[in-house]
Design a protein around this ligand. Structure first.
Ligand code: RUQ
Ligand code: CUA
Length: 668
């Protein structure tokens, strides 16, 4: 197993970095398969092998990546490790990330919660978690999935009990975050959700037809004309039992959604898979990383060829094709043929350009000035730089790649400081590399000339994001790197560890080992934030209380004087109650066994931060009522008895006494 450590040493001159790197991965794979055939997991005994912490992390990452690709258990070593890694904090010229009590952070951070299904709001630079927004997951604290409206929202979106939120995108006007909405995909299902940033609540979820899993998802710059969503898994079209054993008939689709109605406008079929997506800043090109050009269903088939193709979607041309009726319709959605041999792809204005890159690249992120799209190699230690202007002018697609710096092992994602530097996460090296974009373009491919410095992170970073780097206004001060592993960084909490999101200061460009990057703080996070996006606090202005005009006509605003019980028929009762400190408008109400109860409750408080709950034991009712908000719950009162209704949000000295009774009379 010692050959695992041969994946170390990024400074080796590799004649063919891609091939050599793959050979190393294959060695690891061979070992892994051998071990996986038996009962045991891969075990690296660090002390006896004399592997350093860095060697170990690399071997583990490679085993994990390859192991999971091969469908076997790529299990990390659970032995001890030397801690190591340099301590880069405390140089004195980093602004304080500590935000004193009573003061506010400079930036909002929106973290996708991964397979928790939620969205998490942090302050930056303190990294204090401010709240969570349930999105694809029912969640009791905010009563999400417990009142009629959000229950219906989740039901209409497929009624799945979970989701895997991955890529949050903020709505833009003129290339700048406008603070209206956040959109996020569900990788577990073909869904995209919208969070209304007035209330910090999920207000729409679209279950996209013809699509099983949305991976890449982005807002089209500069004016949020579309929400673009990539289906990663190729499936039969429609996936209704046909073509089960004809993988060559499976398809992968780009879907475009209307950002207001959240309806699916059209889809584009392509060859191969689709992965991550980002757009230029002019509303023309959308770039998708992609793998499996082989269109295989097994890992060996998917990685057979040396090349895959980034897809560059010409969005106006696609819209024109849809407008001209050049599509077929499946499940009510127009689908345009963007495959390589499609007639629509042959003319002067092809719908989709196929840009050859080293096989299985990971991400695409466009620079804040809109000039370049960076495609991190994952299996290749390089980043391919796509010149976006050349997409419109250069006939040979290979020539749109204008640079390919060698950055290190396992490059996944890239972010920017607005000063001409790129920062790429290195999954296998457990590092962030800072490099100069123009130098990379002007130096030979696979050269390391552009590298300005590297910093150790802990461990195995996925996404990396600097403040406002997805907009035209990067601030260039803070960067967060979302690491997948945290062993030895925190108190142990059992075998499922927190992840470790680390804050790095990038405001100093220095000629040192790290290029001036300074690791500032560690933050353990509940599994498993995937990606994040940050906006200046000036750009976000949430409401402090509900505006009842926003639900007028849909729900009754219940005052104290119109709190009441209305019997609709022998089996249906409507109950209306106001809520305030420290009483419900109805001190009790009576219904009959078996009644369907439709409860409407309004928090009539005008003061900010006075939230009340309305909980009914044994009936799965929990409403979280912000000031001026009205929520409804419909349930069956199927057991005779007395049920104490109580308030769940601690609201006053009489919070405990704030009660009502539901009295369910037996039917005789
Ligand atoms: S992809 S870790 Cu789901 Cu965001 Cu790169
Ligand atoms: Cu109202 Cu506690």
């Amino acid at each position: 197993m010692t050959e695992h450590s041969s994946t170390d040493n990024t400074t080796d001159e590799l004649s063919d970095p891609v091939t050599e790197y793959e050979e190393q991965l294959n060695e690891v794979l061979a070992d892994t398969n051998e071990t996986a055939a038996g009962e045991s997991t891969v075990s690296l005994e660090l002390p006896s092998l004399g592997l350093s912490r860095r060697d170990f992390m690399k071997a583990g990452a490679a085993v994990g990546a390859i192991g999971s690709m091969a469908g076997c258990a790529g299990v990390m070593n659970n032995g001890g490790s030397s801690s190591g890694g340099t301590n880069q904090t405390g140089s004195g010229d980093v602004p304080d990330h500590f935000v004193p009590p009573g003061e506010h952070d400079e930036y909002y951070g929106f973290w996708s919660g991964g397979h928790s299904g939620d969205l998490r709001i942090y302050g930056l630079p303190s990294m204090r978690e401010l709240t969570r927004i349930p999105v694809f997951n029912p969640e009791q604290a905010k009563g999400y999935g417990f009142d009629d409206e959000t229950t219906q929202l989740l039901e209409d979106a497929g009624d799945f009990k979970w989701g895997d939120s991955h890529h949050p995108g903020l709505s833009e006007t003129d290339g700048k975050y406008d603070g209206r909405y956040l959109y996020v995909n569900d990788k577990a299902h073909g869904r995209v959700a919208r969070i209304n940033l007035k209330y910090f609540e999920t207000d729409a979820i679209t279950n996209i037809p013809n699509v099983q899993s949305v991976h890449g998802c982005c807002v089209q710059s500069p004016d949020t004309e579309y929400i673009l969503a990539n289906s990663e898994f190729r499936t039969p079209l429609p996936n209704d039992g046909r073509d089960l054993d004809n993988p060559d008939k499976y398809v992968s689709l780009l879907s475009a959604l209307d950002p207001e109605s959240m309806e699916v406008l059209w889809q584009v079929e392509v060859d191969g898979n689709l992965d991550i997506i980002d757009t230029d800043k002019d509303g023309k090109w959308a770039l998708s990383s992609a793998y499996n050009d082989e269109e295989g269903v097994e890992v060996e088939e998917m990685t057979k060829n040396d090349r895959d193709f980034v897809k560059a979607f010409n969005i106006p041309a696609i819209q024109a094709a849809v407008d001209a009726g050049n599509y077929r319709e499946v499940n009510g959605i127009p689908i345009v043929d963007g495959t390589k041999n499609s007639s629509l792809n042959q003319g002067d204005e092809p719908l989709v350009r196929y840009i050859p890159t080293p096989k299985s690249p990971h991400c695409v992120e466009v620079t804040p000035d809109g000039k370049y799209g960076m495609v991190a190699g994952k299996l290749s230690p390089t980043v391919s730089i796509i010149d976006i202007e050349k997409l419109s002018t250069e006939p040979d697609p290979a020539n749109v790649i204008v640079g390919q710096p060698k950055v290190g092992l396992g490059p996944l994602h890239t972010t920017y400081d607005g000063r001409g530097h790129a920062y790429t996460s290195l999954f296998i090296d457990s590092q962030v590399v800072k490099w100069d974009i123009e130098t990379a373009i002007n130096s030979p491919k696979a050269s390391e000339e552009a590298i300005l410095g590297k910093i150790d992170v802990h461990y195995n970073p996925g996404h990396i994001q600097a403040v406002q780097a997805m907009s035209t206004e990067p601030t260039g001060d803070w960067l967060v790197v979302l690491n997948k592993l945290s062993k030895d960084r925190f108190l142990p909490v059992g075998p499922i560890y927190p992840d470790n999101d680390q804050l790095i200061y990038i405001g100093n460009d220095k000629d040192d080992e790290t290029g001036g990057m300074e690791l500032v703080s560690d933050h353990p996070v509940y599994p498993e934030p995937h990606d994040a996006i940050f906006a200046s606090k000036e750009k976000i202005s949430p409401a402090t209380t509900w505006d009842k005009a926003d639900y007028e006509g849909e729900k009754e605003y219940v005052t104290e004087s119109n709190s009441r019980v209305e019997r609709i028929d022998d089996e249906t009762v409507e109950v209306y109650t106001s809520v305030k400190r420290s009483e419900y408008g109805l001190r009790d109400f009576r219904v009959k066994e078996g009644d369907t109860v439709k409860l409407t409750a309004t928090n009539i408080e005008g003061s900010q931060d006075i939230v009340h709950g309305l909980a009914i034991p044994e009936h799965n009712v929990h409403l979280a009522l912000a000031p001026q908000d009205t929520r409804q719950a419909t349930f069956t009162a199927d057991k005779p008895g007395v049920y104490w209704i109580y308030c769940t949000y601690f609201c006053s000295a009489l919070h405990l006494e704030m009660r009502s009774r539901m009295i369910v009379e037996p039917r005789s």
